[in-house]
Design a protein around this ligand. Sequence first.
Ligand code: GGG
Length: 339
Amino acid sequence: MVKVSVIKGDGIGPMIMNSTLRILDTVNDIFNLNLEFIDTPAGDNALREYGSPLPRDSLGKIKNSDVCLKGPVGETAKDVIVFLRQELDLYANIRPFKSFKGVKTFWKDIDFVIVRENTEDLYRCVEDIGVDHAVSLLVITRRRTERIAKIAFDLASRRKRKVTIVHKANVLRSYKFFRDVVLEVSRSFRDIVVEDMYVDNVAYQLIVNPWRFDVLLTPNMFGDILSDEAAGLVGSIGLTCSANIGDNFGLFEPVHGSAPDIDPRFANPLGQILTASMMLEWIAYKRNSRDFLKASTIIRESVEKILDEGKILTPDLGGSSTLDEVTEHVIQHIKEKLI
Ligand code: GGG
């Protein structure tokens, strides 16, 4: 049994999560994965219904589960996801950005990963807000920088062997500290090419030459901001997925937010579905399970097929299909692949 706590979230969240649960039910039946889904209210809707964005009962459900699959939450992001990352020590935010052959963009063959430190920086949320002042503390520690650096170098050693350290060392000494600690760690990874770059230059290079990047190692807030820019390069933020990983637990979520301005019937569920695929891959790795790996792969390939065909696409990808139509087609492709 694999207990999956499921946060449906806000805005488009419940619709894209219901679509994703249909996909997971399909592979659960085919591969006998023994997944159990536990509804876990959190976010703006939970605040309205239970008086808390992350009710105690929900936190308990997450802690008692093997893995968490999360949809986007709205205005309560700080009280839900930023809190959970710190509470569960999910220190590595892994965000892959890879072009899909079928998606039209100005940029082709994008393939890099943002590795974002997930527990400190300004998002430690140590703040003092008065009537005439607002102060937020930028916290960078050696231990947390070293451990995220190791994650980035390990990942790079399985990819194109390059790490770009993202910082703003010319203005803030905290970011100079971040860069210098990562450079110390890099000495144990002699086969990895290391460069360091100001975050503003990274923002520019992502537009003019994104192919130079392999693993971008960032402090917390820069990783958040650059992720949306990176999502633009692959065609839609509605296609992007991410993992929040600690030593013993994983929480998986799309990169995008709750998009309250979008009619949920036309929301793109593929980012949430690819997030589920990423989750299954992590379970496969943790449990050394071929079936979980097969389930993860078949979902990803079915999504890629839809994008390659280019016929059933939601409006963010230039189509006019509904979320339900896209979901049906993913299920159909999964079943076809088994024949
Ligand atoms: N722009 C994407 C978005 O809204 N993501 C949700 C969000 O803000 N999450 C907070 C975080 O990732 O730190």
